[in-house]
Design a protein. Structure first.
Length: 357
């Protein structure tokens, strides 16, 4: 069992700058939680507080019901995988993986079995006698993961472990981490600024901005029903389109364009009659054949899809991810419609109801 509870945690530095505000999270045994957000949002600081590498200014941290808020990092039974691998260059891969167990003065036979088992899991068996400098970036990151596995910790912590790898290696290593999680059934917390990593790895995502948690939910929940405009804009690639619109009877009036509402949407927006709101539409929810005219200025062929950039109405920029191969030219006009819409309060940015089909 490895259940982690983070309750009302703040981080305030000595210069009175607050990095994390009232962070709350219950992590279930065996769950893979991804903390995602832009640089400086507090996600790595939160992970370091959980690891014991940063002091907690306020709040409590519990592991399996035990208060570990003041427990030193070495006694928390957590293993951290860092962005820069943190391997010892003068040691072999075997010695790097065995190092923490050697410090504990475990039986050499036990250490040997644990290192070989971890090496087998990560495909490193043939690399054990090499030095880190002889390995690729992806292999070195696997060594760092192996060093954590041999410790058999209650919680694995990953701090942007793929950011130093090229795109191809990131994809391959990401799949290895997912397979590792399924095989070990371990509790894991993973920090990244890459929303693709968050969507593909997480059981649940914690989306953060400026030290505040914006939404916690499954990848589908954050994609399908973002809690506010920030989450809607951060989750999803290409990003969601946003338009300033006014709620009229049966429709939304934008700057030079109109969008019809379904009966369900009319009821949802009734309290906003005559008011301005933000309309959000994902590029993949823009479809051809509607009553809205898009003037194309850029066309990107992506194989099965075409990413089309243009304007609607009075210079409202829009991106559409259309299924199929299209060869639109600058200045072409295309009729489009929105298969799904999201609505956000203009002042608070909070989602109005849920995006509707």
């Amino acid at each position: 069992m490895a259940e982690l509870k983070v309750q009302h945690v703040d981080k305030i530095y000595d210069n009175n700058v607050q990095a994390v505000f009232d962070f709350n999270l219950d992590v279930k045994d065996g769950e893979l939680i991804v903390l995602v957000g832009p640089s400086g949002c507090g996600k790595s600081t939160t992970l370091r507080m959980i690891a014991g590498l940063e002091d907690i200014s306020a709040g409590k941290l519990f592991l399996d019901g035990k208060d570990i808020t003041q427990t030193p990092a070495k006694d928390r039974d957590m293993a951290m995988v860092f962005q820069n691998y943190a391997l010892y260059g003068h040691m072999t891969i075997y010695e790097n993986m065995a190092f923490s167990l050697t410090l504990r003065k475990e039986n050499p036979n036990v250490i040997h079995k644990k290192v070989l088992a971890a090496a087998e899991i990560l495909g490193l068996t043939s690399q054990l006698n090499k030095k880190p400098s002889q390995l690729s970036g992806g292999q070195r990151q696997r060594v760092a993961m192996g060093r954590s596995i041999v410790r058999n910790p209650k919680v694995f912590l990953f701090d942007e472990p793929l950011s130093n790898l090229d795109a191809k290696l990131r994809g391959a290593t990401r799949r290895e981490i997912l397979l590792l999680h399924k095989r070990l059934k371990a509790t894991m917390l993973y920090v990244t600024h890459d929303q693709t990593e968050a969507l593909t790895l997480a059981d649940r995502i914690v989306c953060m901005s400026m030290g505040h948690v914006q939404q916690v939910g499954t990848p589908l929940e954050l994609y399908d029903a973002p809690a506010n405009r920030f989450v809607a804009s951060f989750i999803g690639l290409p990003p969601m389109n946003f338009f300033d619109v006014t709620v009229r009877e049966g429709e939304l009036e934008g700057h030079g364009f109109r969008v019809k509402l379904t009966e369900e949407e009319k009821g949802m927006l009734l309290p906003y009659a005559g008011k301005e709101i933000d309309l959000g539409v994902r590029p993949e929810d823009v479809i051809g054949g509607g009553e809205i005219a898009m003037n194309v200025f850029s066309n990107e062929n992506l194989g099965m899809n075409t990413l089309v950039h243009g304007h609607i109405g009075q210079n409202n920029k829009i991106s559409a991810k259309l299924r199929g191969w299209y060869d639109y030219k600058d200045g072409d006009n295309v009729n489009i419609a929105f298969s799904r819409k999201h609505f956000f309060d203009k002042e608070t940015g909070v989602a109005i109801g849920r995006g509707q089909k």
